[in-house]
Write a protein that binds this ligand. Sequence first.
Ligand SMILES: [Zn+2]
Ligand SMILES: [Zn+2]
Length: 343
Amino acid sequence: MKRISQVLLLSFVVLNLASCEFIVERTIKNALKNQQEQEKILSDDKMHVVLVGTGGPLSNTARITTSTAVIAGGEFILVDVGPGVVRNLNLQGLPIGRITGLFLTHFHSDHISDLGELAFMSWAQGRARKLDVYGPEGVAQVVEGYNLAYRLDSSYRTAHHGEDVMPSSAADSVAKTITVNNPDKAELFFDHNGLKASVFMVDHSPVKPAVGYRFEYKGNVVVITGDTKKTASLAGHAKNADLLLADALDAKIINTFSKIAKENNRPRLSKQMADITGYHMTPVQAAEIAQEAGVKKLVLVHVVPPILNFVVKRKYMKGVNDVFDGDIELGEDGMTFNLDPKK
Ligand SMILES: [Zn+2]
Ligand SMILES: [Zn+2]
C-alpha cells in the first residue's frame, strides 16, 4: 500500500513538472507572438498617440513622468524620457527596438533621465543605427553625457553577444540640435514617411530654451506643449489640433501644499512648492488655450499634484468645462488615441 502511494505521488510530481514546462513554453511563445503583433502598429495608416507617462517629477504610484509616443507612417517618435519611461514602454508593449527618434522638450531630469536606458534597450531589441535625439540648444551635452556613462556597458554587450547581434556602431545616441529662429513661429524640422514635426518655443523660465512640438500626419494634427506657462503664442501653435496634450499643474492645491509645509516647519519644501507654480499652466489655462485654438480634444498631462483620490481629481478638473467646449480627458498612463487618416 505504501509503495502504491509513493508511485502515485511520484507520477503526480512528474506530471505536474511536465505541465509546468508546457505552461512556461506557452507563456514564452505568447510573449514573442505579442511582440510581433505590436509591431503592426508601425504599418497601418493611422496616427497613434500613446501616453507612456502622464505625471510630474514627484513619486506617484499611478503615474510615471510625462512622455508620449507618436507612431505614424512607420515612424516611432518618443517625446521625453524621464524616470520609468522605458519600464512603461515595455509594459505597454510598444516596439521599442523600432524607435526612429527621441524628441526632448527641455532638460529637466523628469524629461531626460531614462535616456541611457532607452538607448540601451532599443539597441538590445533591434535598433540597427544610432538613436537620433532632437532637442533645443543643450541636447548635445545631455546626449554626450549618457553616451559616456553607458560606453562601458555597451562594450561588454558587444563583446558578449558579438558585433552581428549588438553592433557597436549603433549603440550610441546622436544629438540633433534644433534652433528656433523666430520665437513666435513654429518651424518644420522633421519630415519622414509623411510624418511632419515642427518645433516652437515655450516659456518654462528659468529653463531656457524649452520647446513644444506639433505633429502632422495624413490630415491629423497632434500638439504637445511640453512644460510651459500660458503664453500668447501657444494657442497659435495649437491651432485646429485634433489632440492637444497640455502641461497642467493645479496651482491652488500646490499653494495649499506649500502653506501646510511651512506650518509644519518644512521651509525648504514650502519654497520648492511655491516656486513650481510659476512655470506651468493650470488646467483651466490649458482649457483656455484649447478653446482659443479650436482644438478638438484636450488631454491634460504632467499631472501635478499626484492625483490619488476622487476628491483631488474633481478639484484638479474644476472649471475646465466652463472655458472649453471640446472633449477633455485627464491623461492616464497607457491611454491611446488612434486617429484615422483624413486624406
Ligand atoms: Zn520642466
Ligand atoms: Zn516636467
